[in-house]
Ligand binder design. Structure first.
Ligand code: PGA
Length: 243
């Protein structure tokens, strides 16, 4: 596990974007696993800047996202489809036929998940997976559980997650209660993993996930077993560990 301590959110975002840029430069036809949430937004802004400055080229890149709410349309500005277009895809030269997310509009969970597993397998596997981490240790929408789920599946979002995401919706009732997420095995099969984490409110979970016992109660703890994980975090997020 490589731990890169940074000054603040800006610094974290720039350094995470450096790592993703290096991946794209070294393998222009790479597969990037992407994440939503507030933490990676600055990373995406830096990637857009690098693209505009002519330093990186997305024309050969394929992307697969971690998750999508179930039962939400693509046009809904809270869908992760919308998020990715708004924060990254519409600003760079990625071929949108090669940007994939689970289909949140598919009501049949088995069908949606089988299709997404097939899509990921067809890419040949993820070269670099970007991850945020939830306050309860979730990665993607793999919520605290008794087991690590392997592949794409439909999840009932936990109370903590619904409350954390409520800030983006008009009310608690408007927050979708289910989502489709990539499974832990698929995440662990990524050749490299990059975790971004910022803010004092993440300090406790950083310590628990990366320095505590490996348990499905804290899904991110499984990352301790991955051979190539880099965690880029700011001072506040790393305040309870020695970075
Ligand atoms: P956040 O979400 O970046 O908005 O804190 C992280 C996550 O829930 O994975």
């Amino acid at each position: 596990m490589r731990i890169i301590g940074t000054k603040d959110y800006e610094d974290m975002s720039r350094k995470a974007a450096n790592i993703i840029s290096a991946q794209i430069i070294m393998k222009p036809g790479c597969v990037l696993g992407l994440a939503t949430g507030s933490t990676p937004i600055g990373t995406y802004q830096n990637l857009v800047k690098r693209y505009q400055e002519g330093d990186i080229d997305f024309s050969g890149v394929t992307t697969v996202n971690l998750d999508e709410y179930k039962g939400i349309t693509k046009e809904n500005d809270q869908s992760y489809y919308y998020f990715m277009n708004h924060n990254l895809f519409s600003h760079v030269n990625v071929d949108t036929n090669r940007t994939f997310l689970p289909d949140g509009t598919e009501p049949d969970a088995d069908k949606a998940c089988e299709e997404y597993n097939r899509v990921i397998e067809a890419t040949g596997g993820v070269d670099l997976q970007l991850l945020g981490i939830g306050h309860n240790g979730h990665i993607g929408f793999n919520e605290p559980a008794d087991v690590f789920k392997k592949k794409c599946h439909c999840v009932e979002l936990s109370e903590t997650t619904i409350k954390a995401n409520q800030r983006f919706f008009a009310s608690y009732d408007d927050v979708p209660k289910q989502a489709y997420t990539m499974g832990i095995l698929t995440i662990m099969q990524a050749r490299k993993i990059l975790v971004v984490v910022s803010g004092e409110d993440k300090a406790a979970i950083v310590k628990e996930a990366f320095f505590g016992p490996i348990t499905p109660k804290v899904q991110a703890s499984v990352l301790q077993l991955h051979p190539d994980v880099t965690i880029v975090g700011d001072e506040a997020a790393f305040s309870l560990i020695k970075a």
